[in-house]
Design a protein around this ligand. Structure first.
Ligand code: HAM
Length: 447
């Protein structure tokens, strides 16, 4: 048997439905926030990620899926979405668009060659946003608020926003020097990769997975202590805007993020859901005021985040939140024999076009097993079409909840179904319409 690659998964059934529903939910939310959809290629030239995400990051040095295409070009499956969006922004000259800031959202698969574990995959999906063209701290707060609004509207509890700042270029340089001074006497205790990072990019030492428990790294200087005045002011304003939106946060000076492009605000949002495990960071993001320029575009500030869809779905599952409560269909059509199939098939098509969620028997089942199938599909109505029905121009409609059957003239079927489906919404689980004293055990009426 050919099996799926390690670290990947097949999406179908309940999880497939939940993912589609979540994407629809996000799409509607993004419309309210006035963010526009963008899709960039799943693979890009390798150089984009080397320059964008950073040559010394774990993502680029250890985790990319690289390949040489048939035209001898070095390509990489995208490990994240930001670099591609910025490439597109520059290539399509979107900075000429007067409607700055340009605000985008995307949703799709990303690829990282990581050690698979719960909540960590080699192919995973991200919902991300990128807002380009303004360095107003209000936009940093807005970006964070998009994530918290989404989590709140979904009904997630225990959301924790952890925030830090790296400051502007000048502050980052001051910090870099302080970090080098601090680490120099301890360099021998660092892993081989970190020894190289010390020369090339000391900030990356702080998110080293090997040196994570090294005592030396527990007392490193904090970025927040090396901010110049304007960086301090930017961060204070971000916090004020978060206060204005009543978004609670925790200043976590250990957050530096594992990608090179960040300046100023960096943040991570975790779900403190019981049983969720160690991979509980659902959202990571921050400001990246140098990235557009680094990738050859005009000097343009930016800020964004990405949310791991698998982790978000797991959090929803743990909190027993479902976005697809209604797994019923409106109508199930049962042709009793071959002669009734063409008529039934045409009726099925007509119902679907009118927005009535319908299906049909494709297996020539007996009437008994057809009713079982109607129950399995959670059909509200079953339409039985036999010889007699066709001869006399009527259909037999069974209300699957009340088990009552009615003969409905062909030309009245649509009106009948629309009316009945509306009435049916008023029925409780047992099929009674809440208006009488029902004594069955299943009844959810207030008697
Ligand atoms: P990131 O922190 O690398 O940031 O990823 C964001 C989120 O994607 C993580 O918090 C996590 O939920 C999810 N994620 C990352 N790797 C995996 C994995 N192997 N398996 C499952 N989920 C994963 C970025 O990707 C930046 N581009 C975010 C950003 C946008 N910054 C500014 N704009």
């Amino acid at each position: 048997m050919i099996t799926k690659p390690k670290g990947t998964y097949d999406l179908y059934g309940k999880k497939g439905k939940e993912t589609v529903a979540l994407r629809n939910f996000i799409e509607e939310l993004m419309d309210k926030f006035n963010y526009e959809y963008i899709k960039t290629p799943l693979f890009e030239s390798s150089e984009l990620f080397h320059r964008g995400v950073g040559d010394t990051t774990d993502i680029v040095t250890k985790e990319t899926y690289d390949f040489v295409d048939r035209g001898d070009r070095n390509m990489t499956l995208r490990p994240e979405g930001t670099a591609g969006v910025i490439r597109s922004y520059i290539e399509n000259k979107m900075s000429n668009d007067a409607s700055v800031p340009k605000k985008f959202w995307y949703f799709g698969p990303m690829y990282r060659y990581e050690r698979p574990q719960s909540g960590r995959y080699r192919e995973f999906q991200q919902f991300g946003i990128e807002a380009l063209g303004s360095n107003d701290p209000m936009l940093d707060a807005e970006v964070i608020s998009v994530a918290t609004t989404l989590f709140n509207m979904l009904g997630l509890q225990g959301i924790k926003v952890n925030i830090n700042t790296l400051g502007d270029n000048e502050s980052r340089e001051l910090y870099r020097n302080a970090l080098l001074d601090y680490l120099r006497p301890h360099i021998d205790s660092l892993c081989d990769d970190c020894k190289k990072r010390f020369e090339k990019n000391p900030l990356r030492i702080l998110d080293c997975k090997v040196d994570g428990d090294n005592e030396v790294l527990k007392n490193v200087p904090k970025t927040i202590d090396y901010l110049n005045e304007s960086s301090k002011k930017h961060f204070d304003k971000v916090l004020k805007y978060l206060d204005a939106l009543e978004i609670e946060y925790n200043i976590d000076t250990s957050i530096v993020r594992g990608l090179d492009y960040y300046t100023h605000t960096v943040f991570e949002i975790e779900a403190s859901v019981e049983g969720f495990g160690s991979q509980n960071v659902m959202c990571g993001g921050g400001r990246y005021d140098n990235l557009v320029k680094t990738l050859g575009g005009p000097d343009t500030p930016g800020v964004g985040f990405a949310i791991g869809i698998e982790r978000l779905l797991t959090a929803l599952e743990f909190e027993e939140i479902s976005l697809t409560d209604d797994d019923s269909i409106d109508c199930y059509i049962m042709p009793m024999g071959d002669e009734q199939k063409e008529f039934s098939f045409a009726l099925l098509s007509a119902l679907r076009i009118l927005g009535i969620k319908s299906d049909i028997d494709y297996l020539n089942r007996s009437i008994k097993s057809n009713f079982k199938q109607a129950e399995r599909l959670n059909a509200k109505f079953a339409i039985i079409i036999g010889e007699k029905e066709l001869e006399e121009d009527y259909l037999t409609v069974r209300n699957m909840q009340t088990k009552e059957e009615e003969k409905v003239a062909n030309e009245m079927i649509i009106t009948y179904l629309f009316d009945s489906l509306m009435d049916n919404e008023d029925l409780c689980d047992c099929g009674c319409s809440h208006d009488h004293e029902c004594d069955c055990d299943d009844c959810d009426c207030d008697k």
